[in-house]
Design a protein around this ligand. Structure first.
Ligand SMILES: Nc1ncnc2c1ncn2[C@@H]1O[C@H](COP(=O)(O)OP(=O)(O)OP(=O)(O)O)[C@@H](O)[C@H]1O
Ligand SMILES: [Mg+2]
Length: 662
């Protein structure tokens, strides 16, 4: 999923880049091609039109050439005289000569009435009227030269000569896209014609000389157009320039070639051009498929002497060269665009990798961070934004690391604190428990002691008197002595019980612990039980006094010292020390002996009343001491290591009224 999202950044970049290049490149190519196409075609059409002008000029040239020949011949006095005198013999010799020399198809002399005097082409046929001929009518009316194109009907052609009629005869080839024609053959011909009037010396109108060239199957003009306009240029085996003369809609003279190389005459013009040029008399310019190739063409009407449209002049240039230029340009444009796209895609791929590779690295590091490894630092070379992202991730990882450690530390401290609090609560709880226990035991003990005390006093008094009364050596004396001794012991126990249960408040006065301690040591040192015990004192000087009941505190200290001595029956060392607590609130007195120590399981119980491990012990020493110290607002505690010794610590509040006094 993640992988595909990164690779999709790459493919998206490539697509965007490609589209961003392809679309403008495509539009530029299309617009460019359109502009170029329009330019090329416009130029080609303009060239066709200028070719048309040249073609028309060549056509007219031919006409004026025919006119000149007719004019010069008509001006010859021999010809004029022969006409005046009716000398047909001369004319029958002379006119054929001129016709041949000047390559005319017709040279016919007609008299004032329009009757044929002599035919240069066919001298044997004469005497027929040519008044139906438009040119003859025009010259007769105007006495001026008439020049132009004319349609010669089949009978007239026949009169001129059967060969001429045969030259004009054409079987119409069915042509697709052409207007349908009912007739299958064309028998009339189209001729360039000039009619020149003849006058005598008195300028009397005598008749006229008609000269003409048949255009059907006569390729002189179209070939000349091709030669002059296109200089016979050939493109890929095909002539680039074409010219055609139409008689009506029929091709009668052309240099457009058929597939077999023959000239493509006898076909018809397309319907479209027919309508524009022959019907409406306008010029037509545009692309046309002529015989077997596309041409850029121009057609214009050829008009007869009476201004009737009788045919068309056509020029066309082969479209192939222009198309080739166009396709070449398109290929070039396409190549450049394709090259651009390829280059863009390569850049896009490179750029996309430059972005996606560091992203992948970042993804990996982010995953490691998610897995709890904050130690990895990302060092990447990438675009600024991604480098900033990497820096942020590094910072985040560092912060997470620090915070994690802090959290762990805090967790540890919390555990320790909870433990401490729990211990404290346990301690307080056990102290409370013990205090309550001692209080209720104290009440019981006090009641019992009180009840026992009086009878005991009675027993002791009476047994002592009885002992005094018995003589020395009396066998009863030993028993009475035991009664007295045991009763004393009982009284001692009762006394201690009363001590333990004592409800009275301590009579407090300022006491110096060190002084008190020195006295106690002096007191106990000489006792038999201390013979093998070394007592060391480490008493801190200038301790503040304590506010206490001196007798009671002395009793506490003696209890502890006696216990130590009893623990070290075969000798040892007792270190007594005093000092001020760091907060100067308490005075600590410690008693460290080198006795056997107290096992863990007994340690809890030694402050309990009647707990003792000694044969004659009461188990009240420490219980009484605990009560006294508690009454003084202090604490008593023990630390012990089995086999090494025990240390009792009594902590009493230091007096604030006097500090440092002795
Ligand atoms: N310094 C010590 N070393 C080892 N055990 C001790 C020490 N002090 C006290 N004990 C133990 O604590 C018990 C209770 O002491 P406590 O002073 O209350 O009573 P006792 O000494 O046994 O009897 P009594 O004090 O009446 O003679 C002792 O029996 C002894 O087992
Ligand atoms: Mg004791």
């Amino acid at each position: 999923m993640k992988k595909s999202s990164i690779s999709s950044i790459q493919s998206q970049l490539v697509i965007y880049f490609a589209v961003a290049t392809l679309v403008p490149a495509g539009i530029a190519t299309l617009v460019g091609m359109k502009l170029i196409y329009d330019q090329v075609i416009t130029r080609a059409e303009m060239k066709t039109l200028s070719d048309m002008n040249s073609a028309r000029e060549i056509y007219r040239n031919k006409l004026s050439q025919i006119e000149s020949i007719a004019r010069l011949t008509a001006a010859r006095s021999l010809v004029v005289n022969a006409l005046v005198q009716g000398d047909r013999t001369f004319l029958q010799k002379d006119l054929p000569k001129v016709l041949k020399r000047e390559k005319l198809d017709m040279l016919t002399l007609v008299n004032r009435q329009g009757v044929v005097v002599c035919r240069g082409r066919n001298p044997a046929t004469f005497g027929d009227s040519m008044m139906s001929d438009l040119f003859v009518q025009r010259v007769q009316q105007t006495r001026r030269i008439a020049t132009g194109t004319d349609i010669i009907p089949h009978p007239s052609l026949l009169k001129e000569s059967p060969e001429l009629a045969a030259q004009a005869f054409m079987e119409i080839t069915p042509t697709p896209k052409a207007k349908a024609r009912t007739d299958k053959v064309e028998t009339s011909g189209m001729m360039l014609k000039a009619a020149v009037p003849l006058f005598d010396e008195r300028n009397e109108f005598l008749g006229m000389l008609l000269g003409g060239v048949l255009l059907n199957r006569n390729f002189e003009i179209v070939d000349k157009i091709n030669q002059i306009v296109h200089e016979g240029e050939v493109y890929k085996g095909r002539g680039t320039g074409t010219a055609t003369i139409f008689q009506g809609d029929l091709r009668i003279s052309t240099n457009v070639k058929n597939q077999d190389g023959s000239r493509a005459i006898s076909t018809l013009v397309s319907d479209e051009v027919h309508d524009a040029v022959l019907s409406e008399g306008t010029r037509w310019v545009g692309d046309a498929f002529v015989v077997n190739a596309w041409y850029i063409t121009a057609y214009e009407p050829i008009r007869g002497i009476d201004n009737q449209i009788i045919g068309m002049l056509y020029v066309g240039i082969l479209k192939q060269p222009f198309d080739d230029v166009l396709w070449g340009t398109l290929a070039m444009f396409g190549g450049v665009a394709l090259g651009g796209v390829i280059l863009t895609v390569i850049i896009a791929v490179f750029q996309a990798r430059r972005i996606s590779r560091p992203l992948k690295t970042l993804e990996g590091v982010a995953q490691q961070i998610a897995d709890g490894d904050y130690g990895r630092e990302v060092i990447i070379h990438a675009p600024d934004e991604i480098e900033h992202l990497a820096k942020s991730i590094n910072q985040m990882a560092k912060k997470l690391d620090v915070e994690k450690r802090e959290l762990e530390d805090w967790g540890n401290t919390l555990e320790k604190r909870v433990q401490e609090r729990t211990d404290e609560i346990k301690k307080i709880h056990s102290q409370l428990f013990r205090s309550e226990k001692l209080a209720s035991l104290g009440k019981l003990a006090a009641g019992v002691a009180h009840e026992i005390n009086n009878p005991l006093t009675g027993i002791l008094t009476n047994s002592s008197l009885l002992l005094e009364d018995l003589e020395i050596g009396d066998p009863k004396r030993d028993d009475v002595e035991i009664i007295v001794k045991e009763t004393i012991r009982c009284r001692e126990i009762v006394k201690r019980l009363l001590d333990f249960a004592r409800q009275t408040k301590p009579q407090k006065k300022l006491t110096n612990v060190n002084v008190l301690m020195e006295n106690i040591v002096l007191l106990v040192r000489n006792q038999a039980s201390f013979r093998n015990i070394e007592i060391d004192r480490h008493l801190e000087e200038n301790l503040p006094d304590i506010l206490s009941d001196t007798d009671q505190i002395q009793q506490v200290f003696i209890n502890i010292i006696l216990n130590a001595a009893e623990a070290m029956t075969s000798g040892g060392k007792l270190i007594i020390a005093s000092n001020l607590s760091k907060d100067r609130q308490f005075i600590n007195v410690t008693f460290a002996d080198s006795g056997p120590g107290i096992p863990e399981e007994h340690r809890e119980r030694i402050f309990d009343p009647f707990y003792t491990t000694k044969e004659h012990g009461t188990g009240l020493g420490l219980a009484i001491s605990y009560g006294i110290v508690e009454q003084h607002g202090g604490t008593i505690s023990v630390e012990s290591c089995v086999g090494k010794g025990s240390t009792f610590t009594v902590q009493l509040p230091a007096s604030t009224a006097d500090s440092g006094g002795k």
